[in-house]
Design a protein. Structure first.
Length: 121
């Protein structure tokens, strides 16, 4: 093999490795975002609240995050601090400019679900 062929082959292999690493990183981010969305409905307040805070790091998965947040705010039940949890979720929906959340948020306000601070510092 000529020296030029070896260089081209090395550059090709390096490009394939770099592209594969990027795809694996993106897949890892998607898996992490999905796990955090699941954690939103964890009955443990600390776990669910932590997931809300971490989901801010994944705006590239906005559609899935917004759907998970809407589901959690309308159906979630936490062992304590339910009002604080709903406020955190509503805040993140606002940051994401999730207009699709307006009607579900109004339904939560009209329901008997707690929106009062229970654990406010």
């Amino acid at each position: 093999m000529s020296r030029w062929t070896v260089r081209v082959l090395c550059l090709t292999v390096a490009a394939v490795v770099a592209l594969s690493a990027g795809a694996a990183h993106a897949q890892g981010d998607a898996s992490t975002a999905n796990a955090l969305i699941r954690d939103l409905k964890n009955p443990d307040f600390d776990t669910a609240y932590g997931a809300t805070e971490q989901l801010r790091k994944y705006p590239q998965y906005r559609a899935q995050v917004v759907a998970g947040l809407i589901d959690a705010i309308t159906t979630g039940n936490w062992n304590r601090c339910e009002g604080d949890m709903r406020e955190a979720i509503a805040g993140l929906l606002g940051e994401l400019k999730a207009k699709e959340a307006v009607v579900p948020l109004l339904e939560v306000v009209k329901s008997d679900k707690s929106t009062e601070h229970e654990c406010a510092e």
